[in-house]
Design a protein around this ligand. Structure first.
Ligand SMILES: [Zn+2]
Ligand SMILES: [Zn+2]
Length: 74
């Protein structure tokens, strides 16, 4: 009953480049460092109220929220 597949793309995880979405709580692909060669199925955002960095999956990012969304600088 393990849930070790990405909530966004449905693929498994082969390394540590993944995180739990702060909104829906599902695990998704995200590079632990911006230069990492890993799948990107979401991004890190700054919560405007707590100033905590929270991970958000692409599905939640595509929905309107009150969070102040800040993408990785490319
Ligand atoms: Zn994924
Ligand atoms: Zn999510």
């Amino acid at each position: 009953m393990e849930e070790q597949k990405c909530f966004v793309c449905g693929e498994g995880f082969s390394d540590d480049h993944n995180a739990l979405c702060g909104n829906c709580g599902h695990r998704f692909h995200i590079p632990s460092t911006p230069e990492a060669n890993a799948k990107v199925c979401g991004s890190f955002n700054i919560d405007r109220d707590s100033f905590m960095i929270v991970a958000m999956c692409s599905l939640c990012l595509s929905r309107p929220t009150d969070a102040n969304v800040t993408d990785y600088p490319d």
